[in-house]
Design a protein around this ligand. Structure first.
Ligand code: NAD
Length: 419
């Protein structure tokens, strides 16, 4: 199943339960604008090369559109489309005043020099600068891009429109980035887990966790769980996994990883075959690496009772259905990993106000945003007797549909659930 088909499946399932009109369903599903451009640049060896750039702007009914920009050889419209609509639902679930967008340039950052990447970024902005902006569409880093890419975008965009740091988020601190942005997604995942476990009257210190992925999201989640007394019994990256049923010392592992660039040969845990991590005995499984890892094939072997989707789209619809029937509790990606976009929103607010927040304020506001969203989702699961993913899509769709209606598109089926 393609990425966009999975997103549309979950959307349609929730829309059906809300008894939404087919016409409205279509309006909300299709992107507002799809842009495809050619970025022509000179390579370091003097040759001229052309790269395909994409920006999909999915929905703007609740505010400017927001979403990452990825540099990857396999970027295509299907993937970007699906991720753009996910951003619409994600920003709506955590109730920040944005719509959704996503973009990318089809290139391989590993094979390009710093200067070549800079030229591609600037060429892309030359093509789309009229379509983005602080009140229109605000890109952010994603796979293959980083704070440096955002700094080049600020510079290039500002040549056309005057000094505008709020055109992107995820910037370096020196150019108006926010404190706490780097850890934000992992921090938000942790607040989501904390909210769920408080509700379930479980103590973090009594729970065991397996985390797939030790990158930006996985490493921060592991650290926050460890610092809160939770037992991270297994962790993996692309090259392997580690297991220690007594709990891995995540601080020591981070030092080892910094020193060696690898999980291998860490003295505080035993090696484990990489994909075995998904099926080990533990209370909480946190996929924090790739999409499509929990499938119809392996779902029956998953032993964790709680599944926390830190990655985008880790569960296929078949596995999702199985987990629901098996009585497992799954917190969905459009809620769990929204911490990054929430702190992006705080960065944008700080840029517009020209006032810098301290880290404690960023984290206090982030925690409040995640807790509010959790409480709303929990209330819907009780009211509609549904799982958290359906609740999240219902909440998001209702918010987007209501905003669309209030802005003038009248239809009978808008206010479907009370938010
Ligand atoms: P990253 O590139 O920093 O880290 C990815 C990690 O996954 C690496 O440790 C990598 O080695 C590991 N990995 C890759 N293939 C693996 C495999 N087969 N098995 C186990 N581990 C594997 O990426 P990230 O920023 O941490 O993002 C992880 C996920 O979270 C992605 O799905 C991303 O879309 C999503 N996400 C990230 C953010 C963010 O702010 N970084 C926000 C929202 C969602």
């Amino acid at each position: 199943m393609k990425a966009s088909e999975a997103t549309n499946y979950y959307f349609q399932k929730a829309a059906k339960e809300l008894h939404m009109q087919t016409q409205l369903e279509r309006i909300l599903m299709l992107p507002k604008r799809e842009v495809k451009v050619e970025c022509v640049v000179e390579l370091d060896n003097g040759e001229v090369a052309s790269f395909r750039g994409f920006r999909v702007q999915h929905d703007a009914s609740r505010g400017p559109m927001k979403g990452g920009l990825r540099f990857h050889p396999e970027v295509d419209f299907d993937e970007v489309n699906s991720l753009a609509s996910l951003m619409t639902w994600k920003t709506a679930v955590v109730n920040i005043p944005y719509g959704g967008a996503k973009g990318g340039v089809s290139c391989d950052p590993n094979k390009l020099s710093h200067q070549e990447l800079q030229r591609i970024t600037r060429a892309f902005i030359d093509e789309i600068h009229d379509l983005i902006g602080p009140q229109l569409d605000i890109p952010a880093p994603d796979m293959g891009t980083n704070a440096q890419t955002m700094a080049w975008i600020v510079d290039q965009y500002s040549k056309y429109h005057g000094w505008t740091p709020a055109v992107v988020t995820g910037k370096p601190l020196e150019l108006g980035g926010s404190e706490g942005r780097e850890a934000a997604t992992g921090q938000g995942v942790f607040y989501a887990i904390e909210a769920l476990m408080n509700d379930e009257q479980k103590n973090l210190a009594d729970l065991s966790f397996a985390i797939q992925g030790f990158g930006n999201v996985g490493s921060f989640v592991a650290r926050f769980i460890h610092e809160a007394g939770g037992k991270v019994v297994a962790i993996s990256d692309a090259n392997g996994a580690l297991l220690n049923q007594m709990g891995i010392d995540i601080h020591a592992l981070m030092l080892h990883y910094q020193a060696t660039g690898s999980l291998a040969e860490f003295a505080g845990a035993a090696p484990l075959e990489r994909d075995m991590l998904l099926t080990i005995e533990c209370d909480v499984l946190i996929p924090a690496a790739l999409g499509g890892v929990l499938t119809g094939e392996n779902c029956k072997d998953i032993r964790a009772h709680y599944i926390i989707e830190a990655a985008n789209g880790p569960t296929t619809p078949e596995a999702d259905e199985h987990f629901r029937k098996a009585g497992k509790i799954l917190l969905p990606d459009i809620f769990v990993n929204a911490g990054g976009v929430v702190v992006s929103y705080f960065e944008w607010v700080q840029n517009i106000q020209q006032f810098r927040w301290r880290l404690d304020r960023v984290n206090t506001e982030l925690k409040a945003a995640m807790l509010d969203a959790y409480r709303e989702l929990r209330a819907i699961t009780k009211q509609s007797d549904c799982d958290f993913r359906t609740a999240a899509f219902q909440l998001a769709i209702t918010r987007v549909a209501s905003a669309t209606a209030l802005r003038g598109l009248e239809t009978d089926s808008f206010c479907m659930i009370k938010t």
